[in-house]
Design a protein around this ligand. Structure first.
Ligand SMILES: Nc1ncnc2c1ncn2[C@@H]1O[C@H](COP(=O)(O)OP(=O)(O)OP(=O)(O)O)[C@@H](O)[C@H]1O
Length: 636
């Protein structure tokens, strides 16, 4: 990460509310839970325990009574009347004396195991207590309803300067600790917000920023606070970086690190947004019932003169959108959001001087009677939507076999029309564009070789161009937003808020999941080192008699993935350099290399999948798109 080094002192883990607790963040708890459970020597005392927890496929855990123990097997009569047989090692004692409303810090639980933790969170959630501590970590459960009393000015006032743990668990308390540590130690701090999609990370990030702005409040440019400016940039970021997924109608398909910069008096002096891992593949590939990035649908729903200008129609007519049958979102008007996005773009406007500089020529030639400022804004927005529209048209360009072997031509007049529209929108030469997509240029020390591509190769080349155009547009927008918010190059320290995808394990896992899970492995290692090291320093300081805590070190998974040379990423890069590599040869190479690696598994029923035993559990990856996704070849 850029910027000053930061200390991660606090973390917020998000849980989805309701009856599902399939949240991936308890993994970090797992290490701690495991420790306490061993210490309890539970297995020796099972017969004395009256009520236990047993796993259930529907309700996750059920409580019940052990009726019989047969070697390693136990028979359990559950409180909802089921008769279950379970393995002795998989049942856990239930604390009958736990308070009905739960405890506000899970370290107060008698039994710190998964069912105990979930029961505690569920009891609190019933009472609308969405926040719970586990030591210095905050667990947040998505309430799926507005709880304004939790975040009002009065609440902020209460948490300001209050010793940690004195008041009810709250996201403001986390921000307060980070801020105070920054002020007293003069060091930067980061808050990590992690959790599965839809758990509420982005909402929590907004709350954290609101509170930090309250603490370090200072007027920004044009009378708007920096916090306001960061929040105002959200609709723009969301239009281009969010999409409807199965889990969340407005899912951020990128990670972000928001830096709030402070001067030596603890006043906000600037801010910056850094983005990571934009899901590029979504631009060309959408699965039902998800959607592509919002901006494509917004533009198709724009006022008629705009859609005519960009030659757009119903989203159904574009291949990049019609791979899924979902075009509209319940309760959302794309036409309304299009106008709102344009207004938000005005607000986070790209600084005026720069616009005039780069668009001077267009301005002087512009025929309409608008102020110079309005004209440049419009031109910039026009440029942005030209790129968006051109990507849609590009997706409709199809290829068929050419006369020569392994060559291709545009399939029909429809394809010709769309490619011509792309050239018009991008203001580039049609023949050069066509040539760039249909041929690949290779530069060797001796010569420049131009090779024709077959229809499949041309399609890969087309999609590569679309993805690159989109991700560069996104980066460009982030850059403009940062210029507009204003960073402070002389800031003394900063508080960063990292809002990033949690660990992912789906039915089908591709390169994106691999990258996300790798990121989470890195975060987990940082967390291990920080929390366990910190904890042990504390013991030493307080002269507590302790023996070294063993935690699951994930260095071996990191080595498996990132070691140079020889890790999975290095082998993937290597495979991408050889034209003859396929996902089969890549998989074979993995199987050979990691035959005896204890974190790598070759699944029995597949010849190209591979499984990594992550700290959070095993994930089976499908390797078939790894090479293409890693290459992201784009025409020069
Ligand atoms: N603290 C909260 N109060 C009220 N509603 C919330 C809160 N947190 C989350 N929500 C609701 O849950 C929805 C999903 O939350 P959010 O978009 O923050 O999830 P996320 O974890 O960032 O998901 P993704 O990883 O898919 O981007 C929000 O649109 C909002 O309706």
């Amino acid at each position: 990460m850029d910027g000053p080094p930061t200390d991660t002192s606090t973390a917020v883990f998000q849980y989805s509310g309701g009856t599902q607790y399939r949240v991936l963040s308890p993994l970090r708890l797992g290490a701690i839970v495991g420790l306490k459970l061993q210490a309890l020597g539970f297995l020796d005392t099972i017969k004395d325990v009256l009520t236990i927890w047993v796993e259930d496929p529907e309700d996750a855990w059920l409580d019940g009574q052990v009726t019989k123990i047969n070697g390693q097997e136990v028979e359990v009569h559950t409180s909802n009347g089921k008769q279950v047989v379970a393995n002795l090692a998989k049942i856990y004692p239930k604390d009958e004396d736990a308070p009905a409303g739960g405890v506000d810090d899970m370290t107060k639980l008698s039994y710190l195991h998964e069912p105990g933790v979930l029961q505690n969170l569920a009891s609190r959630y019933q009472l609308n207590e969405i926040y719970t501590y586990t030591g210095s970590i905050l667990i947040a459960i998505n309430p799926f309803q507005r709880l304004p009393h939790l975040y009002d000015g009065h609440m902020m006032e209460q948490y300001k300067g209050a010793p940690f743990g004195e008041l009810s668990p709250h996201v403001f308390a986390i921000a307060d600790v980070a801020f105070r540590a920054m002020m007293t130690e003069g060091k930067s701090n980061s808050i990590l917000v992690s959790g599965e999609s839809g758990a509420g990370k982005t909402e929590t990030t907004k709350m954290l920023m609101r509170y930090l702005a309250y603490l370090g409040g200072r007027k920004g440019t044009e009378g708007r606070t920096v916090e306001q400016q960061v929040l105002e940039s959200n609709p723009v970021l969301e239009a281009f970086g969010n999409a409807k997924t199965v889990r969340n109608n407005n899912s951020s398909r990128f990670g972000k690190f928001v830096e709030i910069q402070f001067d030596k008096h603890g006043r906000i002096s600037g801010a910056a947004i850094r983005t990571y891992l934009l899901e590029r593949s979504r631009v060309c590939q959408v699965s039902d019932p998800e959607r592509n990035y919002h901006c494509f649908y917004l533009l198709c729903a724009a006022p008629q003169e705009e859609t005519e200008k960009y030659k757009l129609g119903h989203p159904k007519s574009f291949r990049y959108l019609n791979q899924s049958n979902c075009y509209e979102l319940v309760g959302i008007s794309d036409a309304h959001d299009y106008l709102a996005t344009r207004r938000a773009m005005d607000i986070v406007g790209i600084s005026q001087k720069e616009q005039v500089k780069s668009y001077n020529q267009y301005l002087s030639a512009a025929p309409f009677a608008l102020s110079a400022h309005t004209k440049t804004l419009l031109l910039f927005q026009d440029a942005i939507f030209r790129v968006v529209a051109s990507i849609l048209h590009l997706g409709n360009v199809e290829f068929s076999k050419g006369k020569e072997a392994d060559s291709s031509v545009l399939k029909d007049d429809k394809s010709k029309f769309h490619l011509q529209t792309v050239a018009e929108l991008l203001m580039c030469d049609l023949n050069a564009l066509e040539d760039a997509i249909l041929k690949r240029v290779m530069v060797t020390p001796e010569e420049v070789i131009k090779r024709s591509l077959d229809p499949d190769g041309a399609a890969v080349s087309r999609d590569g161009l679309a993805k690159t155009m989109y991700s560069r547009l996104f980066d460009w927008l982030v850059d403009k937003i940062n210029n507009s918010i204003g960073q402070d190059p002389n800031s003394k320290s900063l508080i960063g808020v990292l809002d990033i995808y949690g660990f992912e394990s789906f039915k089908s896992n591709s390169f994106e999941q691999f990258c996300i899970n790798f990121t989470n492995e890195k975060l987990q290692q940082h967390f291990n080192q920080h929390v366990f090291k910190m904890e042990q320093e504390e013991y030493t300081k307080e002269e507590i008699d302790w023996s070294y805590i063993e935690f699951v070190d994930n260095q071996d998974v990191l080595d498996l993935i990132e070691k140079k040379p020889g890790g999975i990423v290095a082998l993937l890069d290597e495979a991408c350099m050889f034209p003859k590599s396929t996902h089969e040869t890549f998989s074979q190479k993995l199987y050979q290399t990691f035959k005896s690696h204890k974190r790598f598994i070759k699944p029995k029923l597949s010849r190209t999948d591979f499984t990594v035993a992550h700290y959070a559990g095993e994930v089976q990856y499908q390797s078939d798109q790894f090479l293409d996704k890693n290459k992201d070849y784009v025409v020069p």
